[in-house]
Design a protein around this ligand. Structure first.
Ligand code: BES
Ligand code: MN
Ligand code: MN
Length: 454
């Protein structure tokens, strides 16, 4: 039996097994899911073992365990490090799901459930590709190291320490990741750039306690008013971020890259359908693709305080809170950006409130050339899985590990994503197209086989 026949013949088993993985609610953000996190890690370990890995381990960390496996039995062949994550985002708001988030369901050629696209479905693609290679050839064609973490969705906090302490162990000729998207359905894509992410929280305090807005209103500071006035000043009329120094060091796109990115068959209609807003905004002077992939942003992610329950309550809150973030691009320095964000916010705030400013996480942007021979191999493997030549894209999301690896080992990072931009990652009704899941298994199996062929 050849590779394609094996994969085709196991579609039902593959899908059933993925559903088993998806039923484990491994939400990394919530401590109540700690047992599920542990179960998901063991599940991955178990599947790595049955795929043919003899060296497998669950590595405990300060937060959630990492799963590591290796097979170094192909002397003279390249060594690949595959990275992915088994943790998922919280599923709330639950009432907006058509079928329950942890009861995977097929509808219209898509598999619905939390983690289908981000990233359990994509991790499973690699597990099954490796298993197929083992089943057909009796061994892996290349040397392979696998690292699957459980903290990606909360900033990969434990991972950096692990990488620093295990440099020799993790050393590889290339990093392979499937945790990104394709440009569009039927268009296999290799991502060569990601934005970085800094995440912040502030707490503003005005009055020492909540106050009756009739008794005190008009003569006291309202921290929610001050918060909204603050944020109203952080974009200018051209939708540029109004933080002094924010754009310093932002790399200008070369004419060639600008041309290449804007020549991609990106469809505005698909984008607008996925967003569904009555109108659009963005930094003046840049195309939407550029706004999404190569320009930095400032976004408010949540504001709260005061009364938000049923009916009315006339209150002046003592406190106002906000979570916000900056997406960063080459060559912005996350630490410099964090400093200037805090400095400017403190400067804008009137002295009638106090401000507690917390930097929750930082992450560098990443982009790298794609002329190493492995990229051509990835392109032709994707052609085998999808019948069409892969394009090279950048994306706006962030994967902290990719930057860490690239900085630490200076090796090619090959990001072959099988999600789609409209598959509702992090949102209700997350799904993956079955054709991309099955096409992915085929492409990745051929990719690893072709790497051995030299
Ligand atoms: N898989 C995504 C990253 C991603 C999304 C890359 C879309 C390319 C396109 C990842 O799981 C993720 O959600 N990352 C977070 C960052 C993390 C530090 C919480 C993100 O981008 O917000
Ligand atoms: Mn992901
Ligand atoms: Mn994610």
């Amino acid at each position: 039996m050849n590779l394609t026949e094996f994969i085709e013949g196991h579609r039902d088993q593959h899908l059933a097994e993925l559903c088993e993985f998806l039923r484990i609610p491994s939400v990394s953000a919530k401590s109540e899911h700690k047992p599920d996190i542990e179960q998901a890690a063991r599940w991955v370990l178990d599947k790595l073992r049955s795929a043919g890995f003899k060296t497998v381990e669950v590595v405990p960390t300060h937060l959630h365990p990492l799963v590591y496996a290796e097979s170094l039995e192909a002397p003279g062949k390249p060594t690949i490090l595959f990275y992915g994550h088994y943790d998922v985002q919280p599923a709330e708001p639950l009432q907006l799901w058509t079928s329950p988030p942890f009861e995977p369901t097929v509808r219209n050629g898509n598999l619905f459930g939390r983690g289908t696209a981000d990233d359990k479905g994509q991790v499973h693609i690699h597990l099954k590709a490796l298993e197929a290679l083992q089943a057909v050839n009796g061994k892996f064609p290349i040397n392979i190291k696998v690292l699957i973490e459980g903290e990606e969705e909360v900033g990969s906090v434990s991972l950096w320490d692990y990488v620093q302490k295990n440099k020799e162990k993790l050393k590889a000729d290339a990093l392979v990741v499937s945790d990104t998207s394709m440009l569009a359905k039927g268009v296999p894509s290799i991502t060569y750039g990601l934005r970085g992410l800094n995440y912040y929280q502030i707490e503003l305090t005005g009055p020492a306690r909540d106050l009756h807005s009739g008794v005190y209103g008009g003569a006291v500071p309202n921290p929610l008013t001050i918060l909204t006035e603050l944020f109203a000043q952080l974009h200018d009329k051209n939708f540029r971020v109004a933080l002094p120094g924010f754009y310093e060091g932002v790399a200008k796109l070369s004419t060639a890259e600008r041309k290449a990115l804007n020549a991609l068959t990106w469809k505005r209609k698909d984008f607008e359908k996925a967003v569904g807003a009555p109108g659009y905004v963005g930094e003046k002077g840049f195309t939407t693709i550029e706004q999404l992939w190569v320009r930095p942003t400032f976004e408010i992610n949540g504001i709260w305080g005061g009364y938000t329950g049923e009916g009315a309550k006339t209150v002046i809150p003592s406190k106002a809170y906000a979570k916000f973030s900056t997406r960063l691009v080459p060559n912005q320095d996350p630490h410099k950006i964090a400093k200037l964000v805090e400095k400017h916010i403190r400067k804008l705030l009137p002295k009638i409130v106090t401000c507690k400013f917390t930097l929750l996480s930082t992450g560098k942007p990443w982009t790298a050339p794609f002329h190493a021979p492995i990229f051509a191999k990835a392109q032709s493997a994707l052609q085998k899985g999808f019948g069409r030549k892969a394009v090279f894209i950048r994306e706006g999301g962030s994967i902290p590990f990719v930057t860490q690896m690239h900085d630490t080992f200076k090796v090619p990072c090959v990001l072959m994503g099988f999600g789609l931009p409209d598959e509702n990652a992090h949102a209700p009704d997350e799904h993956i197209a079955l054709e991309n899941y099955f096409g992915g298994i085929k492409a990745i199996a051929h990719f690893y086989a072709d790497l051995a062929a030299g």
